[in-house]
Design a protein around this ligand. Sequence first.
Ligand code: ADP
Ligand code: MG
Ligand code: MG
Length: 500
Amino acid sequence: MKLCLHSTECLNFRLRLCLFSKMNCRKGAICKVIGESVDDWSSLASECQDYAECCGFLIRKKGNDDQQTTIMGSMTLFPTKYPKSMYNKALAVQSAYNELYHKVANDYDFLKEALMGTAAADDFVQRQLELYDTVHREGPAALFSLAIVRSDYMYECTDGFNFKLGQIEFNTMASSMAAVSTKVGKVHRYMARILEDPCLYNGDSYPVNDAVPAIADSIIKAWLLYSNPKAVVMFVLGKKDSNFADIRSIEYAILERNPDVKVVMKTADALQKTSFLNEDKRLIIDDNIEVALVYYRSLYAPNGMTEEFWNLRLLIERSKAIKCPSIPYQLAGTKKVQQELSRPGVVERYLSPEKAAQVRSTFVGLYSLKNKEVVEAAKANPHRYVLKPQREGGGNNTYGEDIVAKLHEIERLGESDAYILMERIQPTKQYNCKLNGIVGNYCRCEPTVSELGIYGAIIGNEDEISYNTTAGYLLRTKLQHVDEGGFCAGYSAIDTPYLL
Ligand code: ADP
Ligand code: MG
Ligand code: MG
């Protein structure tokens, strides 16, 4: 039995850095460079910011009078120590997760049954199911679908000796931050260089992140399967995407890797006016441009979803274009489906016993609000749970004491099917500094907790999976007292794992 190295929350920050450096490199470089005074931190933070901005680690922020300013995203000053065993476990299980969600997305009866009650209590899910019904009745026009997914985890030190990796959620829609993650990797390597810490930029402890090329390759592969070299890859964007650099970096990687691919960027507004299906169900934009693949980075959330946008979504779903992803994938990515999958025997319907066990070993408690015992337990001990609706992108869950009032409200409104309860993972804390360009431009050094995401890409249809790959990582770190995890909203900072 091995002691959890990460239960160092009581150590002060400087001591942690000394340990960090000495333990792994037998070199006190970080301690040597970082002095006592706050000034030393700010000069380090300023070095970090310059490099990050030169790498294009940027987001756009809405200012007064609707002007946009481009600023640095939030990142940690240092990598976060991460147990190699947990990182490897998350990597190893990814292809089984890809397979599971692909099969679930192709199981109409399961999705309908799992989401029927939720749809009755949640209009947004209801609209998606209706859309799915329509395309399912007509039969899919596209030969394949592509999904770029991200499975998110936190790990905890269960008994002072062992780690447990727990899945937070499986994202199937617009799984973002691959490019910002890669950029922060570069910044951390630079920071290691100025801190004279050779182990950070050499060796296995600092895993290379191939998220951007792997995601670009999956889009290129799907485009090739469409078999029309003139047809374009189309990104669907919001009006003003704060995370523009993350999105465009994927586009640039596609062009670098295969200059024959033409990528176009379209807002839902523009598409709604110019897109149609020809007699052969091919998706046409701007009069005569055929679309091979639609990559949604917008048009999937309830906010701003007008009737015109629902019609546009239906038009795209009905078309021969490969969707990244198609509507059943979006439904498969709901929290309700995550909870249904955790029920005994469900994962086992889709995967081999070995893969099912591998996937199941990352589940934490997931409960329907029909489970009265758990609802009462959550009212009595709300800090042990997270209450989740069927929404994405952060800012929607309920945490801590707020859960009690929210549960009463849900009961009163008869909306229990719209939510799930999840056991709250108590992640191991570590000291780090959050350099926050997004909210207030500050550098705060405090105990933090981290969430690891592993990307995957999968291409297939009902009959076969033609491509299934693991595609790099994301590490997001937030100050320990923060509940939510969103990056663009300023809650979490992009980080990189330092494996030990
Ligand atoms: P979203 O789809 O909006 O990203 P998540 O399920 O990922 O929703 O929840 C948002 C954030 O809440 C996560 O990034 C994580 O920081 C925190 N969180 C969610 N579920 C749990 C959990 N079971 N235990 C601890 N933290 C959680
Ligand atoms: Mg999330
Ligand atoms: Mg999500």
